[in-house]
Design a protein around this ligand. Structure first.
Ligand SMILES: Cc1cc2nc3c(=O)[nH]c(=O)nc-3n(C[C@H](O)[C@H](O)[C@H](O)COP(=O)(O)OP(=O)(O)OC[C@H]3O[C@@H](n4cnc5c(N)ncnc54)[C@H](O)[C@@H]3O)c2cc1C
Length: 503
């Protein structure tokens, strides 16, 4: 049953009619690349039953999007294979399409869309997706509906976005119980949806079989063909669930104390889930549910919430500090970024969103002498004087991921060693999006802009280049953590690298 409370997640993309003569309800997966725990699918099922029409689930992978590479393409295609298997199991009509040099999306999509009574799609507020949704809304003859399944609380329930985690946190806590009760369906199925026998399957669909991935990759073009998939890093829902299970057992019990430690991956205590969250292969709602139920000593229900900790980053969700600390990252910090974009959807956010104090600080120190200055190419090739920074950059390039604490240091140092804040921003955006599996996300921008003072407060003493923006140094990082095993791990990766510039 669809909860009325979830209607707040649905917004109209255009003012066009529901077409009676349309043959189907059409759900276009553009961001929530999964069937389970997906409000967009739940709403599509509801409409299919209401209008007594078959439901088609269509998923596309575009080829030449900004920062596209075989690394990202393969991750997406692996995701499609999992969704394809899930659709078959639960009896859904699922049409995956992967763009190749022979067949573009614009070639096949007009015929498919003609059949629709209503088109439903995911309301992802960042990167090329808002503009894509606008164009789709114009092009369609029928109604377009966008559904927000980005997090656990509906983003439309907030009146605005917030500049500080401490301001969002109490509001998120206030919405938590209702949102928790109205979570999406963990096991959607096609029971009760009218038969789709009369629908003609379009040509050139992707088989959804793993063995066809490499031939597709060869037929796809991309902006960065040299950025190859990372060996052993799999995309898709199955892999996300496997990693999550491992995290529940080996990471979560140590999260609050050890999450920040840069270590080799087998000893890392954070979840590694950000790429899967970014591509919607796993949902925030299912993570929250399992995390809250993970302590065998406590049967969790909303009664366990401790309202005397409303607005605090500890104590609210659960007696366990690890669970609270993890949920504060997954909910408060993640939602801060999604809200920023949802309230003003756009491709990117830049330095113009900084609070006044940070902008003034950067301006006052614009002319300061930089001890080191590097070009984007020197940063990219990890050619700085600083071995810790170089190691973080190599981790990013070689593994598509970058450990959270070092990611902050990585961003801060690019500001310190660039000729201007604007150039530092461009370098960070480009390197993050080009190499990181989780890039091109609202939290890419909140993370990068945090380095410039967004969502933070002024710090003393005032320093060269940074002014009052929080400063981080490699020296204090190496005093805070035992970095030797991490640095050795990075050196071992370099030996295996196929990229000539790290040899
Ligand atoms: C310069 C810079 C760039 C960043 N770029 C990205 C990016 O491109 N994509 C991205 O998802 N995150 C980005 N972050 C935020 C953060 O680094 C990652 O979300 C986190 O490291 C992901 O690792 P994990 O999945 O193991 O996190 P966990 O610690 O296991 O956390 C679980 C989830 O909570 C969310 N989360 C955790 N920390 C943060 C945070 N600080 N801000 C927002 N959400 C958070 C993520 O969705 C994450 O997957 C960036 C941070 C900085 C400083």
């Amino acid at each position: 049953m669809l909860s009325e409370k979830n209607l707040i997640r649905v917004r109209e993309g255009n003012r066009k009619p529901v077409l009676d003569e349309g043959e189907c309800i059409f759900y276009w997966i553009r961001a929530n690349r999964r069937l389970a725990w997906n409000h967009s699918l739940d709403y599509s099922i509801h409409l299919a039953k209401k209008f007594k029409k078959p439901l088609v689930i269509f998923e596309s992978v575009m080829m030449d999007f900004e920062w596209s590479s075989p690394r990202l393409h393969q991750f997406l295609l692996e995701g499609i294979c999992d969704t394809s298997a899930d659709a078959e199991k639960s009896g859904f009509v699922y049409w995956p399409f992967v763009e190749t040099k022979e067949h573009s999306l614009s070639e096949i999509i007009p015929n498919i869309l003609e059949k629709a009574s209503i088109v439903i799609t995911d309301d992802f507020p960042c990167f090329f997706l808002p503009e894509h949704a606008e164009k789709l809304a114009e092009r369609l003859n029928c109604k377009l509906l966008l559904v927000d399944s980005n997090s656990i609380t509906p983003l439309a329930s907030y009146e605005k976005s917030f500049g500080y985690a401490r301001v969002l946190r109490p509001k998120l806590h206030d919405r938590f119980v209702e949102s928790y009760v109205c979570r999406s369906n963990p096991k959607p199925n096609s029971k009760g949806i009218p038969n789709s026998n009369t629908l003609k399957k379009p040509n050139f669909l992707f088989s959804g079989k793993k063995e066809d991935i490499s031939s597709y990759l060869q037929r796809m073009s991309s902006k960065f063909p040299e950025i190859l998939p990372v060996p052993g890093r799999l995309g898709g829902r199955k892999e996300s669930l496997k990693l999550f299970k491992k995290f529940l057992k080996e990471g979560l019990p140590f999260y609050s104390e050890e999450r920040s430690e840069p270590r080799p991956p087998e000893r890392i205590k954070s979840s590694y889930l950000s790429p899967y969250l970014h591509f919607g292969m796993i949902s925030v709602e299912e993570i929250v549910t399992s995390v809250l139920e993970s302590d065998p000593k406590i049967t969790w229900s909303p009664d366990i919430l401790n309202h005397s900790y409303r607005g605090k980053n500890e104590g609210f969700f659960h007696p366990s500090p690890n669970i609270n600390s993890f949920l504060d990252e997954l909910l408060t910090w993640r939602e801060l970024g999604y809200l920023l974009f949802y309230k003003d959807p756009s491709f990117r956010k830049d330095l113009s969103i900084l609070p006044n104090w940070a902008r003034l600080s950067l301006e006052a120190h614009r002319g300061d002498k930089r001890e080191y200055i590097y070009t984007k190419e020197e940063f990219e090739k990890a050619l700085t004087h600083d071995p810790i920074w170089n190691a973080a950059q190599k981790e990013l390039v070689l593994t598509g991921t970058i450990q959270n604490y070092l990611r902050m240091l990585w961003g801060k140092k690019v500001i310190e060693w660039s000729p201007s804040p604007e150039e530092a921003f461009r370098t960070l955006e480009d390197l993050n999006h080009k190499y990181a599996y989780d890039g091109r996300d609202p939290n890419s921008y909140t993370g990068i802009l945090w380095c410039f003072g967004a969502f933070d407060r002024p710090w003393s003493p005032e320093r060269a280049v940074f002014g009052n923006i929080r400063y981080m140094s490699s020296d204090s990082t190496s005093k805070k953590f035992k970095l030797k095993p991490y640095l050795e791990y990075i050196r071992s990766l370099e030996g295996m690298s196929e990229l000539p510039f790290f040899k």
